[in-house]
Structures are given as C-alpha cells and as structure tokens.
Design a binder for this molecule. Structure first.
Ligand code: ADE
Length: 414
C-alpha cells in the first residue's frame, strides 16, 4: 500500500511514520509513505497558503490551488507506478465518523491520500473536485488535520500484512470483532496489593478464553451499549454448546428441588435489581420469599426446570404452556460463561412446541440478558411495564420491562 499525507507539517507526519512499529515496517517496505508540503505548490511570491474567507468571519481558509496541484502530482506518481487511482480523503471535523470498519475499508485501497486542513478549513471547491470522502476522527475540533490523518494512517497501516508481527494480534484487539478488548496483565503477579485474576495463572486455555470473552462482552455492555447492540445483531448464537454428560435439566417436583431453585432465583433477582430497586425491597426477595413465589406461579400453569452440573443445581428456567412465556432464566454466578443460559433457553423453546413464537420479558437495563435473547433470535415486541421512581416507591431508576418475541428461529440452532 502507498499512503500520502498532504499537509503544512510534513516533518511532523513523516517522523511519526518513521517511529516504532510503523517505522520498522516502513523500513522493510511493507508500505510506502510520502508526506507532501502544501506550501511547495503555491504560486504566489510569499508562498502563502491561505487567505481570508469570503463572506467574512474569523480565521483563514486554505487555497484550493496548491492542494489541487499537490494532489495532481500524487495522482501522476501513482499512475507512473502502475497503481490504481488514489482514494482521496479530506480530514475535517465535519466529516463522517471514523471507526474500525472504515479503517478496514480504507486498508483495501492500493493508494490512499489524506489531506490535512488547517486554520478555519479548506476551500470547499477543492474538496468537491478531488475528495472521495471526508472523515472526522471524533466530535471535537483539532487545530489541524495532522493528528487526525496520523490516527487514520496508523489504524490503516497496522492492518497491512506483516506490519504487526503476529496477524492474530489485531484480530483479538478492540473493535476487531465489534467488542472491546479484555483487560491485560503482566508481571508481577501481585502489584501494590492487586493480584492478577487467578484464572490467568491456571494455564487452562479454555478457561482463560471463556474468561476473556466474558470480560469483553461485559465491558462492551457497560461502556459501549451501542456497540454491544450491533454486536448482538451481527453475532447470532448458532452453535449452542453441547450438554456435558454431567449436565441435566429436571422438572421441579420435590421440595429439595424447589428449595434449590428458590436460592438461584433469589440470588439472580437480587443481582438484577440491586441497581434499580430500593435496598429494603431487594433484601425482601429472600430464598424463602422466592420459594413461595415459585409455588404460586406453578399453580398458575408455570413449569420450572432445574439445571445441575454434576448434581449441583446451578440454573433455572420456567415455561408457561398457557401463554408461551419463558421466564425465570437464571444461572448461578459461579456457573456463568459456560453457555448454560443459552442451553436452557433453547431447552425452554423446545418445551413449548405448541407456541411457534414464544416470548419473554426482560428489563431494558439487564443488558447481559438482552444480549443473549437478541442473539437467540428474540426481538422487541412491546413494553409490559415501566418502573418509575416518581410513581413506584420500590424503584430507584427508571427502567422498562420489554417483551421480546422469538422471530425466525436462528438458523443452524440445534
Ligand atoms: N480537523 C479538525 N478537527 C478534526 C477532526 N475531529 N477530525 C478530523 N479532522 C479534523
């Protein structure tokens, strides 16, 4: 790939592209980079690059002519090298937002030109005449496009084959798969009293991968719900983990099973509602109270199933044959991250063959559960309740209980 930066500060850009990982890759000819001085293309005696804006206003505007001549020279050089027509990007705060998907698209061009504006902007006519697109790196205004062009150059060039020592490197990093990166640790094992998460010291790579996956999903849910939502849309669960030989789900019949289910229900409910309900209300949902609730709902037509691994109860799900509702899907904290939730949801769907579109209710603040349901083919189908602190003394944060209904079964779901 060839990358050209058109700027009033070519030394600044060139020094960045000659440093560290990019510098080494450039020296190995893994990409070609050229930084052009706009001033070299001026035609006036003072080598002036900008002028006052027509219509008045503060600041200066870059002339079209030197930028156009510089771009023509880049086009000429690319043609001489037998390259395809360069893709020309103007860096402006008014451009389209930049992200990893755009970086991956730009990385496919054989030749990319980044034009840096300065002062108040660039004469619009040169953008119209040459620009394939305008890009902004964020909702803030920089004094010039240099930093923005280097952000784009860096994120595009690191995707070029060989630039990162191991290709795997960039696949695991933030945004590659639409999720934020999991946290990383290095020596010492305990730093200022803070130990490394013990799972990372086990040497068990299945466990480590599962932990990292959970961390990535949880971080993305908390920090970037927008990213998480799109990730769920694009990552349907098509491969539900197989049931292990030690796993089973049993219809709850005995008192002991009901006790175990009530304990899981109570723990899950309290975790789910801790941030949105008054503490006294949360604390009232003890295992004993939840046992009564389960017994009452059984009388109303619900069937509950207890999941256990090696005879230790660790999950719960309920189905209502009358209405086609699935509910009470909870997995004990220590059993999470092994796909038990997805397995139990699939199990519940199969228990309701008479309901082609089973449904469930979920709090919109329970982003973890929402993600699982979306990925399992459930889509919003209305609002069942609104919990509003203004009208409900037990609630401390406004949240809605949404109804999600199964759309098309997820293709490939076993
Ligand atoms: N030039 C000034 N601000 C910018 C931004 N946010 N992105 C790209 N170019 C810019």
């Amino acid at each position: 790939m060839r990358i050209d930066i058109v700027t009033l500060f070519p030394e600044l850009c060139d020094s960045f592209l000659s440093t560290s990982i990019l510098g080494r890759a450039r020296a190995k000819n893994l990409f070609e980079a050229h930084c052009h001085q706009i001033r070299d293309y001026t035609k006036n005696k003072q080598r002036q690059t900008d002028d006052y804006p027509y219509g008045g206003g503060c600041g200066m505007v870059l002339y079209a002519q030197p930028i156009a001549d510089c771009l023509r020279e880049v086009q000429r050089q690319c043609a001489e090298q037998g390259r395809s027509r360069p893709h020309i990007v103007f860096m402006t705060a008014a451009g389209r937002p930049y992200n990893e998907a755009v970086a991956r698209r730009l990385a496919t061009y054989d030749s990319l030109v980044l034009v840096c504006g300065h002062y108040e902007g660039i004469d619009e006519r040169v953008i119209e005449a040459f620009g394939d697109e305008e890009i902004s790196i964020g909702d803030y205004v920089l004094t010039g496009g240099e930093l923005a062009s280097l952000v784009v150059a860096d994120s595009v060039l690191r995707l070029q084959p060989g630039v990162l020592a191991e290709e795997k490197g960039y696949q695991e990093e933030s945004y590659w798969d639409g999720l934020l990166e999991y946290p990383q640790y290095t020596r010492p094992e305990v730093w200022e009293g803070r130990p490394v998460p013990p799972v990372l010291l086990t040497g068990d790579h299945n466990k480590i991968d599962a932990w990292r996956g959970r961390q990535s999903r949880a971080r993305t849910r908390q920090r970037r719900p927008d990213l998480y939502e799109s990730w769920c849309e694009t990552h349907p669960i098509t491969q539900i983990p197989r049931w292990k030989r030690t796993e089973r789900a049993q219809l709850i019949r005995t008192d002991a099973q009901l006790d175990a289910a009530a304990a899981i229900y109570s723990e899950g409910w309290m975790q789910m509602c801790r941030d949105i309900c008054a503490p006294a209300y949360v604390e009232a949902h003890t295992p004993a109270a939840m046992r009564e609730e389960l017994a009452r709902q059984r009388g109303e037509g619900w069937a509950f199933y207890l999941h256990s691994t090696a005879d230790v109860p660790d999950g719960l799900v309920g189905v209502c044959h009358k209405t086609g509702e699935i509910g009470h899907l909870f997995v004990k904290t220590e059993a999470r991250g092994q796909g038990i939730g997805a397995k139990l949801l699939e199990f519940a769907i199969k228990k309701l063959p008479e309901h082609p579109r089973p449904w469930l209710a979920v709090l919109d603040c329970n982003t973890g559960a929402m993600g699982l349901y979306r990925r399992m083919g459930f889509a919003p189908d209305g609002v069942r309740n609104v919990f509003d602190p203004a009208t409900d003394p037990n609630s401390t944060r406004l949240c809605r209980e949404l109804i999600l209904r199964r759309c098309q079964p997820v293709s490939g779901t076993r």
